[in-house]
Ligand binder design. Structure first.
Ligand SMILES: [Zn+2]
Length: 239
């Protein structure tokens, strides 16, 4: 009966809301809207982590993004943050998964950048966690978001313009929860590869701090974000 339903209620594009024949790989969008997304071409190359630019040792860990923080993806991200969260997460998850698979890098688990419990209570949900849930349900990867905690309630990064202050604001804000990791089925795989997931990256300070306890615990950490914000941008492309 699905075909009858699709005639009576044809699927609508998440961006333009027009009824459309969705693109098979990305069922949330129409062709026209997909063509307007400012893709990061050759997403497989990634961006350096901020501390890789100041240290002599360069690992092959990178920050990968789907597209630049421009329209029409910008509106998707706003809807993910403020309304229709679950619908937005499932629309954009295939875009993020494709960017991740392009890298051909291994993955033992995905972990969302956590919110502090106080902020989680205010907001009611963590958009990064919704992205991880959607990506994991598409791919079968392990969602180990419960292994990373935000133990300090920091100021919002968007309220701070100074780069050094942004970094200081987040110091020791995150903690790896080994007990939770042991509960997951891949507990024997350490050190393994974790993909840290967030909706957007600007300076990379949040990702950098969130990755610290995971790296201390022995993991290799790559990051996956939906959008890369080039305004105030300090990440450098690995070419
Ligand atoms: Zn559309």
């Amino acid at each position: 009966m699905t075909w009858i339903k699709s005639i009576v209620y044809p699927p609508a594009c998440f961006i333009c809301c027009q009824a459309c024949v969705p693109v098979r790989q990305f069922p949330g969008f129409c062709r026209s809207c997909l063509s307007r997304i400012q893709w990061i071409s050759d997403a497989g190359t990634g961006f350096f982590w901020p501390d890789q630019l100041t240290h002599a040792v360069i690992s092959d860990e990178r920050i990968y993004g789907t597209a630049f923080y421009e329209e029409p993806l910008r509106s998707c991200l706003i809807r993910l943050k403020f309304q229709e969260q679950a619908e937005a997460a499932s629309a954009v998850a295939p875009l993020m998964l494709r960017a991740m698979l392009k890298t051909k890098k291994p993955c033992d688990a995905l972990v969302a950048v956590p919110l502090h419990r106080k902020r989680l209570k205010q907001r009611g949900y963590n958009q990064a966690a919704l992205l991880v849930q959607s990506i994991c349900s598409l791919s079968g990867y392990l969602d180990a978001s419960d292994c990373l905690e935000r133990i300090r309630c920091t100021r919002r990064q968007t309220e701070i313009n100074n780069k050094a202050e942004r970094s200081l604001n987040l110091q020791h804000a995150f903690r790896f929860n080994d007990v939770m990791w042991q509960k997951h089925q891949f507990s024997s795989q350490r050190p393994g590869v974790i993909w840290l997931v967030d909706d957007i990256v600007t300076t990379g300070a949040t990702l950098q701090e969130a990755a610290k306890p995971l790296r201390m615990a022995g993991f290799t950490v790559n990051a996956l974000v939906l959008a890369v914000n080039v305004k105030g941008f300090s990440l450098i492309r690995d070419v």
